[in-house]
Design a protein around this ligand. Structure first.
Ligand code: CMP
Length: 139
């Protein structure tokens, strides 16, 4: 069982390299905080203008972020929904499932609690948010 668990953790880190930034104990904690969620093709996962309820990690399937300049496709290993959590503002785009999707969701209060204790993780997520908003400002 222990071995099985280690394999699971290893897979998770392979899919989401971001998690390599935290120690093993905290990776275990993350596994407990994540809420599994799924979506059907065509389902809206996030609505522009809504309050941010959580950050989503895409473990299988694909989503499209619908932006004025066009759609951006995200694949397994990607995360989204970080921008509204970091800014305390609203969702900046609609996100639509374009396949059967499975997500791991870190709810807002867990995101705040966890990233407060892991500055390197928070910095990496912030950097991605910064790149995305910069990209959106150009389109
Ligand atoms: P948030 O604004 O909370 O909700 C919509 C999400 O879409 C946003 O967080 C980002 O995670 C994601 N997103 C916005 N712009 C882009 C982009 N240019 N490329 C990829 N993802 C984006």
């Amino acid at each position: 069982r222990e071995r099985q668990h280690q394999l699971e953790m290893q897979q998770l880190i392979e899919t989401f390299p971001l998690f390599a930034k935290v120690d093993e104990h905290s990776q275990e904690e993350l596994l407990l905080l994540f809420r599994p969620k799924s979506a059907l093709p065509g389902e809206r996962v996030m609505r522009k203008g809504d309050r941010g309820d959580g950050m989503y990690f895409l473990s299988s399937g694909a989503v499209e972020v619908r932006l004025p300049g066009g759609a951006v496709r995200l694949e397994p290993g990607a995360f989204f929904g970080e921008m509204a959590l970091l800014s305390g503002g609203r969702r900046t785009a609609d996100v639509i499932a374009i396949d059967f999707c499975q997500f791991l969701v870190l709810e807002r209060r867990d995101f705040n609690m966890f990233t407060a204790r892991h500055p390197a993780l928070r910095a990496a997520v912030s950097e991605m948010a910064r790149e995305r908003s910069q990209m959106n400002a150009l389109n």
